[in-house]
Design a protein around this ligand. Structure first.
Ligand SMILES: [Zn+2]
Ligand SMILES: [Zn+2]
Length: 313
């Protein structure tokens, strides 16, 4: 039985590696949405898709249903669970990466650090030693066994095509969806952070069909996350943009391995070379250098100030 269980990362990606799920979570954080009609109207989702995602998110312990009374009727609202609340730095890191690397027509919201008052960006740090900034090159990712890639459980639904995504300034995640919204994309990227470079090595490590692997590698090359070094056997290397995705990768790995249990030996271990300790990611303010907290930051858009990322059960 346990041999069939996906790795912690695989389970986490099944839970949150979906465009609509990420957008529902993001709106719960940014706008404190809790009610069906609010997500439906804000995201323009069909009721059946929304109902399906909410059901999955309750089953996956990301949302907790809470009854409330309205006009004499009992209805249900949905609050973030403790597990879901811990996704806040991942969402902020996604914002930071998209802002830096993905050209767009509409401006992104800006992040304000309340303590120093700056409109700022974030820096990735190592919670083991406190140092920041930390980049992919300052760390080493190792696997205990190849089973980290055991994420091949069938998805519950097809992944949503990116063109369907709302295009308002808050729905700022287009390229992240390409990278996180598909289980193979994410494990291929994870394998790249492990140091894999050759087509045959990706294939052997991941057990992925050659056609799937070549389509993903092509997509990553087009996104500018990987670059192919031509030759008889091309090498695929992470570009600066791909290396920049390390923060998102690290927050996914950290969250996954704290909240999900995979088969023995299936975890990834990320080490911070400077301190030799486990790399536990945290975010600090790019302006004042202080660690950020969930309730100590908020976003502002062109026309509104959003509350702190504080919606909790
Ligand atoms: Zn460290
Ligand atoms: Zn600050």
């Amino acid at each position: 039985m346990s041999a069939e269980r996906p790795s912690a990362i695989g389970q986490a990606l099944l839970a949150v590696g979906d465009q609509w799920t990420l957008l529902i979570l993001q709106r719960a954080f940014l706008l404190r949405l809790r009610r069906f009609a609010d997500w439906r109207d804000e995201l323009g989702m069909s009721e059946s898709v929304l109902a399906n995602r909410l059901k999955e998110m309750v089953a996956g312990d990301l949302l907790r249903p809470v009854p409330y009374r309205e006009q004499g009727r009992t209805r249900t609202e949905y609050r973030l669970t403790g597990r879901a609340v811990e996704l806040w730095p991942l969402l902020v890191e996604i914002w930071s990466w998209e802002r830096r690397w993905v050209p767009r027509r509409h401006g992104l919201p800006e992040l304000v650090h309340d303590d120093c008052g700056s409109r700022t960006d974030v820096e990735l740090g190592c919670a083991s030693c406190g140092r920041a900034p930390v980049t992919a090159r300052d760390t080493e990712t190792v696997r205990q066994a190849a089973t980290f890639a055991q994420v091949t459980v069938a998805r519950l639904h097809r992944r949503t095509v990116r063109a369907d995504a709302p295009r308002d300034p808050l729905s700022y995640l287009p390229e992240t969806f390409e990278l996180l919204g598909d289980r193979w994309s994410t494990v291929i990227l994870a394998a790249a952070f492990l140091g894999l470079r050759r087509f045959a090595d990706f294939q052997a490590e991941l057990g992925v069909a050659p056609s799937v692997l070549s389509s993903r590698l092509r997509a990553f090359t087009e996104l500018g996350v990987l670059e192919a070094e031509e030759g008889a056997r091309p090498l695929y290397r992470l570009t600066q943009k791909g290396l920049g995705f390390f923060g998102i990768f690290a927050f996914v790995v950290d969250w996954a391995q704290r909240w999900y249990e995979g088969p023995p030996g299936s975890d990834l271990r990320i080490t911070h070379r400077d301190c030799g300790g486990p790399f536990v990611p945290y975010l600090r303010c790019g302006s004042c250098g202080q660690p950020l907290t969930r309730t100590g930051v908020h976003f502002v858009t062109a026309d509104r100030r959003l509350p702190p990322l504080a919606q909790t059960g």
